[in-house]
Design a protein around this ligand. Structure first.
Ligand code: NAP
Length: 465
């Protein structure tokens, strides 16, 4: 009976995971998707706890307590730190897979039950699990800037890295052929841990979000292998869903940046950018928030381009005030959404949804670009790389070919940022020194507050007159 309840719980959990992914696809159903994912995980844990093989619950209770103690603070990080938080989750997933594989190898070695199939599954699980562990820790460290974000390169790096991976795979094959040769096991573990570190070293911070979703896919594949080791069908299903969705997300990000996988993994992207950033800076024109309010108030149509700086400043509610003030005056206001604005896909959608900005006002990059020449004022809020015209025109630029929002084609561009520092890609942006651009220097939240205040004061002045 217990087994039937476990199997039914697993079936429900698998269905909920599929629905969760489906619902997470659309902003309107995303909350339902999260709830389905949580419910699916609860059903999976419930079904597993009923498993007749479990005779002692003490260690499970300890693991739940430790996991909860780590998980609760992790869930409270700001939205801008979600990529590194996600990397830490993958690190834990990879470590769990690696440790379960190690424990099973030791157990079955003692009992003489290491079949070639079991040993293959363990070798794959341990390799992917441990490399995901150290790779994800490195990625989280780079994003949190506790380790240098620039690519660290040395001669013959790719050859060395691929050779180490080759030796690890060869050791895995050796272990499958002779499972009793336990000396190969620590070699696989050590090389996988080392490969995880070396894989991330040459990748610049700007590529970390893509790498994180790739590591997500490795963690999923490690879970599939773990499912085969533990003979758990739900783990195989959930791991496959995780692996495939991580891979699809990486492909979407690469496409949005017009980059290939090989270029992300072996291209040392940030290094070229650091050199490009040395170029001399042209003079820029600056304006006050009151000037900006004036331009916006007199526009027929305005496009707001949100970027990472909007998230840093947590200015979503202030941009909503500006949006309200302008739409009340009859200005057509739309938000131009770039697929990789911010630090994760959908970052801007989540941020603007927090401020209840209507979805109809959010327009995808491809759709809005055709309208940009007719746009009176383009207000760029903390966006940089995603509006950098070098991506369209400068063949030598490291972001050449990346689709951008054509902010520069608007009649007037107002760009809010604190300094002339470059964005995440580390390169200068000619948009800021263009003839039709005015810089409004300051923190996005403060500047948008001032713009909203100026618009309100003008409206009240008109009403009183
Ligand atoms: P960005 O190029 O990183 O630029 C953000 C700008 O915001 C900076 O120039 C910064 O200038 C400004 N800023 C920071 N804090 C601010 C504040 N408090 N107030 C006002 N401005 C502030 O951002 P983006 O244009 O959104 O581009 C995203 C980048 O991430 C791209 O390079 C993209 O390829 C990369 N990326 C994204 C994803 C993803 O999934 N979203 C994935 C992979 C890579 P100041 O410091 O001068 O203020």
């Amino acid at each position: 009976m217990q087994d039937v309840i476990t199997q039914v719980s697993y079936l429900i959990a698998a269905a909920l995971f599929v629905f969760s992914l489906r619902w997470l696809n659309r902003p309107t159903t995303a909350r339902r998707g999260v709830a389905a994912g949580v419910a699916g995980m609860l059903a999976a844990v419930f079904g597993t706890l009923l498993h007749p093989e479990i005779v002692n619950f003490t260690w499970i209770a300890v693991a739940v307590l430790v996991g909860t103690a780590i998980g609760i603070p992790l869930s409270r990080v700001p939205l801008t730190a979600v990529p590194q938080r996600t990397a830490l989750s993958h690190a834990f997933g990879g470590l769990a897979a690696g440790l379960v594989g190690t424990a099973k190898y030791q157990l079955w070695l003692g009992e003489g039950e290491l079949t070639p199939f079991r040993t293959s599954a363990i070798a794959i699980e341990v390799l992917l699990g441990f490399l995901t562990f150290t790779g994800s820790l490195m990625a989280a460290g780079k994003l949190q800037e506790v380790i240098p974000t620039r690519p660290i390169t040395y001669p013959k790096q790719n050859v060395i890295n691929l050779s180490l991976l080759g030796i690890a795979i060869a050791s895995g094959i050796g272990l499958v052929l002779n499972p009793e040769n336990w000396m190969l096991f620590p070699v696989i573990v050590a090389l996988s841990l080392l490969f995880g570190v070396l894989l991330i070293l040459p990748i610049g911070g700007a590529d970390m979000p893509t790498v994180i979703s790739l590591l997500n896919s490795y963690a999923g594949l490690a879970a599939v292998a773990m499912g085969f080791v533990l003979e758990n069908k739900l783990l195989i299903t959930a791991g496959a869903l995780d692996g495939a969705s991580g891979f699809i997300l990486s492909v979407i990000m690469c496409r949005a940046m017009n980059r290939s996988f090989a270029n992300v993994l072996f291209g040392a992207f940030g290094q070229v950018q650091a050199a490009a950033a040395q170029g001399e800076q042209k003079a820029v024109k600056s304006a006050t928030a009151i000037d900006a309010a004036d331009y916006l108030a007199n526009a027929n149509s305005a496009v707001i381009v949100p970027g990472y700086g909007l998230a840093v400043a947590q200015a979503q509610h202030r941009v909503r005030e500006v949006y309200d003030q302008l739409t009340r005056r009859g200005v057509t206001v739309r938000f131009a959404i770039h697929p990789v604005a911010g630090r994760m896909p959908g970052h801007m959608n989540v941020l603007l949804a927090e401020a209840d900005i209507p979805y109809e006002a959010l327009v995808e990059m491809d759709e809005i670009n055709g309208d940009m020449p007719q746009c009176d004022v383009c207000l760029v809020v903390g966006a940089n790389d995603v509006v950098n015209p070098a991506a369209r025109s400068d063949r030598s630029s490291p972001i050449y070919g990346m689709p951008i929002i054509d902010a520069d084609k608007a009649r007037v561009v107002l760009a809010i940022k604190r300094t002339m520092n470059p964005g995440f890609a580390g390169i200068d942006n000619a948009l800021y020194s263009a003839d039709n651009t005015l810089m409004v220097f300051g923190d996005a939240k403060a500047v948008l507050s001032d713009i909203a205040g100026a618009l309100r004061a003008e409206q009240e002045g008109q009403a009183a007159a």
